[in-house]
Design a protein around this ligand. Structure first.
Ligand code: C5P
Length: 398
């Protein structure tokens, strides 16, 4: 998303300016071209020379510089930019931008640029929470500008609270996601992904579960968010860190997953059910830990769980429904049956007995199966590549 993007980075005077040096470097590594505009105050923390070397471009500070790179510098910078990013944004530049004040180069560039703008406020908590700053931030939001919420934690002034500039990697991720929501091929789509296995309690410490790691579903959620979709990931217990820019809902049992899925189904465009859902739950959950007895066997009675996907198949209106089928035998026949039984638009079938396929691997070997009997077979791919190939296919079904 950042490749070839022209970014004007406004840097204003707060201690967090040092983080912006790393930010420039990271934006460039992602393929963006960066021109830095500093306020006078910012130059007291880090010299323009540092930003010049890191950005590979001259740094602009003053309106009154005789050696201008452009003819009318503030207009030229505003025209050049695809995107303006202000990080760190002080209360001062926020106030100026919100009220149309143009009394230095950066504030003038901001006023002259009818371009997407992202502000990353960073300041003392009291300054941030002051009604004047809050009102100014709201004004910026009304103008259609984007505000990245500051982090919380220890601040340079010795207090602890909201007002920290997010880490450069987080800012880059935020900018990438913003661009994806504007330009990505899945922008505007609500996608619901389920992942990992559900667990059915036996007693307070034990459960019936399966070996699903969640890797496949998490890869689908990541790929969809990177392509600009609004993604909700409903996940059973998993050790994986969820991808950024995804709303995560953690559940444990099949019933909890069903409730979470049904709540969101109406507004969803695409459902991808990569979760390994427990088909049975304990008839009775012991209140206390079950003790070993002298008997040779312990009998657990299991009741059938509802089939979430089948329910969705019955409820479906506009939604594209994609199921997964992890099989150890008769892969194609089983998958084809599921498409019909659950009223699906396609199924991703994988034979979990193949090397490099299924639970816990970073790769998968899949076939896409469609209601008309068409089957597309793929070589072994990373789960992220499977996810992107799947999303390409789903696009043709929308
Ligand atoms: O019928 P089977 O469990 O093999 O089908 C797998 C597909 O159905 C997966 O997409 C899985 O997430 C979904 N499923 C479900 N509810 C269940 C069982 C499976 O949504 N109770």
């Amino acid at each position: 998303m950042l490749r070839g993007k022209k970014i004007v980075l406004g840097v204003t005077g707060g201690i967090a300016v040092y983080k912006s040096v790393d930010l420039v470097s990271r934006l460039r590594k992602q393929g963006a071209e960066v021109r830095v505009v500093m306020s006078e105050a910012a130059t007291k923390f880090v010299t323009p020379l540092t930003f010049q070397e890191i950005s590979g471009n001259a740094v602009a500070v003053s309106m009154w510089n005789e050696k201008h790179e452009f003819r009318v510098e503030h207009i030229a910078l505003a025209e050049w930019a695809d995107l303006l990013l202000v990080a760190p944004a002080t209360a001062n530049i926020i106030a100026k931008a919100a009220n149309g004040i143009a009394d230095n180069l950066l504030s003038t560039v901001l006023l002259a640029a009818p371009k997407p703008m992202i502000f990353c406020p960073a300041m003392n908590t009291n300054m941030l929470l002051h009604p004047a700053t809050q009102e100014n931030l709201n004004k910026l939001r009304k103008f259609g500008y984007i505000i990245m919420e500051p982090g919380s934690g220890p601040l340079a002034c010795g207090t602890t609270g909201a007002g920290r500039l997010p880490e450069p990697a987080e800012i880059v991720e935020f900018v990438r996601y913003y661009l994806a929501t504007q330009e990505g091929d899945l922008r505007g789509k609500n996608i619901l992904v389920t992942a990992a296995g559900t667990r059915e309690p036996i007693d307070p410490v034990r459960f019936v579960g399966n070996r699903s790691s969640g890797k496949m579903g998490y890869a689908v959620a990541q790929a969809a968010a990177e392509r600009g979709a609004k993604v909700t990931l409903i996940s059973g217990p998993s050790a994986i860190t969820p991808p950024p820019n995804v709303e995560v809902i953690n559940v444990e049992t099949t019933f909890e997953m069903m409730e979470a899925v049904l709540q969101r189904f109406t507004d969803t465009d695409i459902v991808i059910k990569a979760a390994a859902v427990a088909d049975y739950r304990c008839h009775e959950i012991a209140k206390q830990k079950i003790k070993k007895t002298g008997d040779d066997a312990l009998v657990l009675v299991l009741d059938k769980n509802p089939d979430i996907l089948k329910r969705l198949g019955e409820l479906k209106t506009k939604q594209v429904l994609v199921g997964f089928a992890a099989e150890t035998q008769n892969l194609l026949e089983n998958a084809a049956q599921k498409i019909k039984k659950k009223n699906l638009d396609m199924i991703v079938a994988n034979d979990v007995t193949l090397p490099g396929a299924g639970f816990n691997y970073d790769t998968n070997v899949v076939k896409f199966i469609f209601p008309d009997g068409k089957i597309t077979t793929f070589e072994k791919m990373s789960k992220l590549a499977v996810a992107n190939t799947l999303l390409d296919e789903i696009k043709t079904l929308i």
